[in-house]
Design a protein around this ligand. Structure first.
Ligand SMILES: [Zn+2]
Length: 465
């Protein structure tokens, strides 16, 4: 029989008490604890305590615990046996139900309360309670452990996974956040513009048991990223981080990829878009706007880059071989070199500032170097370059009949202009004499109808050169 165990309180229950024998240490404990409560021993009811052999209270009976939003509530009933001294307070211990015994927190509440709420708890962590009653003698034994309850909170943000692109589609993936005590009912998936990362292109919800979502009916060449929110009964998480960008693919014959082939003087990327199979027999290279202030050609090539190549044909499209000139709206590049006089066959002509200034030598400019290397890799069977504003089709070499058809289909005059040293077309015809080389001098005004007409003519030439 030892009351020290009762004071220890969490070592186990006191199963049997005697009201007849009372160890002197217990009496001392009464005196000391009363003194600690600020009551003078002279005024305290010590004689009565000693006389009736007061002891610690019995264990409270634990009742079903409940839980709420970031909250768990312990509930108990007071023990009938208060040890002969009124119960002052209850000591409530909250333990981690996963490990079974690890203390998370403990709190006291004044009698006669028979419940105590713990708030600000993390969602999804199950807890149990144990309660002991405390009277003037000390703390009684702990009750048994309560049932486990799980406080709930809004979910944490999902972890974004790797997104992928398909033909006309893109798929976002993610991993569910750790349980927050309330099942995820759905995910809110936002598909944003891959370039800006912010503009929402589409938003869809999907059931909470799924962790991927495929967006279909997308236009090829569209770059997208994903971000995801988890939602449960208590609300929505924040958004995940944004996924990697992916580019929507087209069906076979459509867009197969865009690559950077070089950089301008001002470090703008020069991109090449391949439409169709790169190993196609008919490889048609199309240049949109080598003179930065002749802007109409890029209207045609930008659409071409999103179109479908005829069977056996691949388009190799460079809309902006002179991106600095396009940005500055100048014929030349950032140091005013006419790139269409900067290819092999180059000839000195005037000084910087002259409108046809060809640079300091063949391929002195990074833009010409990039196009030159690209042409030598592709070895195009047809080469079309757009200019303005003469409104003629200029024969540069190779299949003449196909170019005559092009001129007729676009309502333009077919002719052969002078050959300029160092121009793309002049060099290409010399280097690849069997290639069909055509320069299209668009009119100054180019409408949507004109663009469509050129695309149709280009398609015919691509299939019939
Ligand atoms: Zn031009």
């Amino acid at each position: 029989m030892t009351y020290a165990r009762a004071h220890g309180a969490d070592k186990g229950a006191v199963t049997k008490r005697s009201f007849i024998t009372l160890h002197s240490a217990a009496v001392m404990a009464v005196v000391v604890s009363v003194a600690m409560m600020g009551i003078s021993p002279a005024n305290a009811a010590i004689p009565s305590a000693v006389g009736t052999a007061t002891t610690v209270p019995a264990a409270p009976a634990i009742m079903p615990a409940t839980s709420g939003t970031a909250e768990a509530v312990a509930v108990w009933t007071a023990p009938i046996d208060d040890g002969g001294s009124p119960i002052i307070r209850y000591h409530v211990r909250m333990v981690d139900a996963a490990t079974g015994t690890k203390d998370i927190a403990s709190k006291d509440v004044a009698a006669p309360a028979t419940s105590l709420s713990f708030t600000g708890l993390p969602g999804g962590v199950p807890v149990r309670f144990q309660v002991q009653a405390v009277n003037a003698v000390g703390a009684g034994p702990l009750s048994s452990l309560s049932n486990a309850v799980i406080p709930a909170t809004r979910p944490g943000a999902p972890r974004i996974g790797t997104s992928t692109a398909g033909v006309g589609s893109a798929m976002g993936r993610w991993t569910a956040p750790a349980s927050s005590g309330s099942a995820i009912t759905k995910y809110h998936v936002r598909m944003v513009d891959g370039a800006t990362g912010t503009k929402a292109l589409a938003v869809r919800d999907i059931a909470g048991n799924l962790t991927s979502l495929n967006f279909t009916g997308l236009r090829q060449g569209t770059s997208v990223r994903f971000e995801v929110q988890a939602i449960n009964a208590l609300g929505a998480s924040g958004y995940s981080t944004r996924s990697n960008p992916v580019t929507v693919l087209g069906p076979p014959g459509y867009h197969t990829g865009t690559q950077t082939i070089g950089y301008s003087l001002q470090r703008r990327a020069i991109t090449l878009t391949i439409v169709g199979s790169p190993t196609a027999k008919k490889r048609v290279m199309v240049i949109g706007q080598i003179h930065g202030n002749e802007r109409a050609g890029a209207q045609i090539t930008r659409t071409l880059a999103k179109s479908r190549a005829p069977a056996g044909v691949a388009y190799f499209v460079v809309s902006y071989p002179n991106p600095d000139g396009a940005g500055l709206n100048t014929r030349g590049n950032a140091r005013r070199v006419d790139l269409n006089r900067n290819f092999p066959g180059w000839k000195r002509n005037g000084r910087p500032g002259y409108v046809y200034y060809p640079g300091t030598g063949a391929l002195s400019e990074p833009e010409s170097k990039a196009i030159y290397a690209s042409i030598n890799k592709i070895k195009p069977t047809a080469f079309v370059t757009y200019h303005q504003h003469m409104n003629v089709v200029d024969y540069g070499g190779g299949n003449k009949a196909a170019q005559v058809v092009y001129a007729r289909q676009t309502g333009m005059r077919f002719t052969q202009l002078s050959r300029y040293p160092g121009s793309q077309a002049t060099w290409l015809h010399a280097a690849y004499p069997r290639s069909t080389v055509m320069t299209v001098e668009l009119p100054s005004r180019v409408t949507g109808t004109v663009v469509s007409r050129h695309l149709a003519a280009l398609k015919y030439l691509a299939a019939h050169h």
